[in-house]
Design a protein around this ligand. Structure first.
Ligand code: ATP
Ligand code: MG
Length: 460
């Protein structure tokens, strides 16, 4: 098996020969060049994994060649060969990005170990790269399913935002509407794709930890700070920070976050030096942030800063064409995953899907399909494969005064109907939102979300 390709650039014929002999025996492919120009040419043509580069070359300095190689490929692994005792040059080349150096005359065994170590770095990088491109494929635009007017508009917006320079984006929507998915798609479809996507759940991080996690700390900043620690912001430099459940971030941290966004710099805890970062911040919440601002739980200035590009993910209810499209998408996905061949939804199941209000949105729909496909072995998903709440919508629909609502000849605005129903539910329950939500088979969040949309919150 081929272990790796090594380019040796050295003017000493004997040394080239001896390296070729020794390293080929170990299973490496060795190519050689006797001067800088030839070396650079071979580097570009043959793309070796490692370059062994002499500092003293007949036509130019190895340092210049190192510079050209690094310009071509920042990640290239170059081991410098220096004159014995020339530490200054060695240090200089390391600063320029050389992987390591060996002094002439060198010990072949030591060199072999160094090369193996360098190759491990190469293969690790390849793995990371493959891993990243696999993830990137998983989170392309095509993974966001929906062709309703609402979703078409949102997809357009996401496309524009991903390729823009926008550094703050706010995702709002009920639970299960796709905020996580959209955040990842925006990252993996942006030029930041090769940099990290840092998923930070503001609820999961305990208050005491959040600042040291985000900003890092200097050695000695507090009793336990035995070592300097870089924070998540620093580690994500060039990439995207996804601040999920942003409404749960405490006020003092919000103030610091605002500063990072505005100045693009921050200090580690206990530090005095400003550290610059290039970050895209995507914040997400299923709370109604304006209300959190009103209650004093969320800083207004941060709200406006994040809201520069707001993306509001619509609840699933009412998007009929998306419900069935998503259902058949998930059937396909689970067919592949479970190696099944389910054809789709039975007609009655489609009807139940269209009538059900989906308080848990797309996540709930996905789970319902997954469950049916794991538990049942039929060609089509039948109503009896569905959980009880879905199973009974059809029946409820029949026994409920559904027939009292009829569309007038001139048409009707569905939002007016929704608003009216919400008002009625609130009146019937004397403003008790939990009860009103139950009456409408909505979650409380979903109800509040709609109340906000229809301007009913202030009155409540
Ligand atoms: N438009 C969509 N197309 C395909 N799959 C989707 C879509 N929206 C969401 N999903 C899938 O639905 C599930 C729930 O979505 P996601 O986790 O992004 O929701 P969320 O808005 O972050 O919810 P929460 O507020 O509870 O965190 C995920 O498996 C996601 O891949
Ligand atoms: Mg989420």
């Amino acid at each position: 098996m081929e272990k790796g390709k090594i380019l040796v650039v050295d003017d000493e014929k004997l040394l080239r020969w001896s390296l070729q002999q020794n390293l080929s025996k170990e299973g490496f492919t060795v190519i050689t060049a006797e001067n800088g120009a030839e070396g650079l040419e071979l580097f570009l043509e043959d793309q070796p994994d490692i370059v062994l580069l002499d500092v003293h070359l007949p036509d130019t300095s190895g340092i210049h060649i190192l510079e050209s190689i690094k310009k071509e490929n920042r990640d290239a692994i170059v081991i410098m060969v220096t004159a014995f005792g020339d530490v200054q040059t060695a240090v200089k080349t390391i600063k320029m990005g050389a992987y390591d150096f060996v002094e002439k005359p060198f010990n072949m065994e030591k060199l072999k170990i160094l090369i193996s170590k360098a190759l491990e770095t190469v293969s690790l990088r390849k793995e990371v790269f493959q891993f990243r491109s696999q993830i990137a494929k998983k989170y392309g635009f095509s993974k966001i399913i929906g062709r309703s007017p609402e979703m078409t508009r949102i997809l357009d917006l996401i496309r524009k935002v991903a390729s823009s320079d926008a550094t703050t984006i706010m995702l709002q929507g009920e639970s299960g509407t796709g905020k996580d998915l959209v955040a990842k798609v925006i990252h993996y479809e942006s030029s930041r794709v090769d940099k990290p996507f840092m998923d930070i759940n503001c609820t999961a991080l305990p208050e005491t930890l959040i600042e040291s996690e985000l900003f890092g700390f200097e050695k000695g900043a507090f009793t336990d700070a035995k070592q300097l620690k870089k924070g998540l912001f620093e580690l994500t430099d060039g990439g995207t920070v996804f601040l999920d459940e942003i409404a749960d971030m405490k006020l003092s941290t919000q103030a610091k976050l605002l500063k990072v966004i505005e100045n693009k710099t921050f200090k580690r805890i206990g530090g005095t030096k400003d550290i610059s970062v290039d970050l895209r911040v995507i914040a997400a919440t299923n709370k109604v942030l304006t209300e959190e601002v009103r209650k004093g739980n969320f800083r207004e200035d941060l709200y406006y800063r994040l809201k520069v590009i707001p993306i509001e993910l619509p609840p699933l209810v009412g998007r009929r064409e998306d419900i069935l499209l998503l259902a058949s998408h998930f059937v396909g996905e689970f067919n592949r995953e479970f190696k099944k061949d389910v054809r789709g939804l039975a007609k009655e199941t489609e009807k139940a899907f269209l009538e059900y209000p989906w308080p848990g949105n797309i996540r709930e729909l996905k789970n319902v399909i997954e469950r049916a496909m794991i538990l049942e072995n039929a060609d089509y998903i039948l109503p009896e494969h569905l959980p009880i709440e879905l199973h009974s919508v059809g029946l409820k629909g029949r026994s409920m005064p559904g027939a009292q609502i009829s569309i007038p000849p001139g048409g009707i605005n569905i939002e007016d109907v929704e608003r009216e129903l919400i008002k009625q539910a609130l009146e019937n329950t004397k403003g008790n939102q939990t009860k009103a939500a139950k009456l409408l088979t909505l979650t409380r969040d979903a109800l509040r979300y709609r109340m906000q949309k229809f301007g009913l919150l202030e009155k409540a």
